[in-house]
Design a protein around this ligand. Structure first.
Ligand code: B12
Length: 214
């Protein structure tokens, strides 16, 4: 089996050690970190989601797959950061997964890519309340980035947009949203400034938003 397929299977099976070993082997064979991420790790999580949806696996299995993905990301992170970096651009991004939502992998990837592209990133973690987002934005931020993976939690993004508005920060801070259920249209509906479907497009969008602001 080619190494990419083995990596993907190891993550689907939740075998962290095997996944790290395959990713390391892939890098040694000259496969770019970005390809290992996209065709190995992200593709594996899509498969895990499909298996969950079909009732073939349950939450504990999803969790071990997520752990295997996170362990492998540690190996890829330094390379992703370098590959993503262009000219250093100053800007501070506060990022977090919205209240009620514990999904962190996508949010972590966006944070890694932003950091690698020269942004200062403050990661608030998961299950972040509007108050915490506001507090962090008040401490100084150019961009607030929110992630949501559940249709039940994506609506909590609006509360953050409104909290920033009430605090008079809306014209100082750009807001970007993302996560599997989020769309461009949803972003406009809740009054966010932008949406991106993946981590590298998130970097592009943040750059674009800050250029508009300047
Ligand atoms: C792993 C996983 C979990 C893990 C999370 C572990 C962790 N540490 O993160 C655990 C086991 C905890 C979990 C729990 C649950 N999960 Co879950 N989970 C997943 C799974 C399989 C993968 C998510 C993932 O990591 N994807 C990989 C990353 C790289 O992709 P991503 O998150 O989409 O991020 C990318 C983009 O969206 C974007 N992006 C993400 N964030 C941001 C932010 C910004 C600002 C921008 C610009 C872009 C951006 O860039 C990222 C990189 O390219 C998905 C299935 C799926 N296909 O998404 C289900 C899924 C999201 N889960 C689901 C469900 C139902 C649950 C539970 C409710 C299950 C339960 N009955 O308990 C709980 C909820 C817990 C909670 N309160 O949050 C459903 C959601 C259904 C829905 N429509 O709401 C899904 C879709 C599975 C399914 N097909 O049914 N889950």
């Amino acid at each position: 089996m080619p190494v990419l397929e083995e990596l993907r299977q190891a993550v689907v099976d939740g075998q962290a050690k095997a996944a790290v070993a395959r990713a390391t082997q892939g890098l040694e064979e000259g496969i770019p970190a970005e390809v290992l991420l996209r065709d190995g790790l992200i593709s594996a999580m899509q498969e895990v989601g499909r298996l969950f949806e079909e009732g073939e696996i349950f939450v504990p299995e999803m969790l071990v797959s997520a752990r295997a993905m996170n362990a492998t990301l540690v190996v890829l992170k330094p390379l992703l950061a370098t590959e993503g970096s262009e000219a250093r651009s100053e800007g501070k991004v506060v990022i977090g997964t919205v209240q009620g939502d514990l999904h962190e992998i996508g949010k972590n990837l966006v944070a890694i890519m932003l950091e690698g592209s020269g942004f200062e990133v403050v990661d608030l973690g998961t299950d972040v309340s509007p108050e915490r987002f506001l507090e962090a934005a008040e401490a100084g931020a150019d961009v607030v980035a929110m992630s949501a993976l559940l249709t039940t939690t994506m609506t909590n993004m609006k509360a953050v947009v409104e909290a920033l508005g009430r605090a008079g920060l809306r014209d100082k801070v750009r807001i970007i949203v993302g996560g599997a259920p989020i769309t461009d249209r949803f972003a406009s509906e809740i009054g966010a400034d932008g949406y991106a479907p993946d981590a590298s497009k998130a970097v592009r969008k943040v750059r674009e938003l800050l250029a508009v602001k300047a």
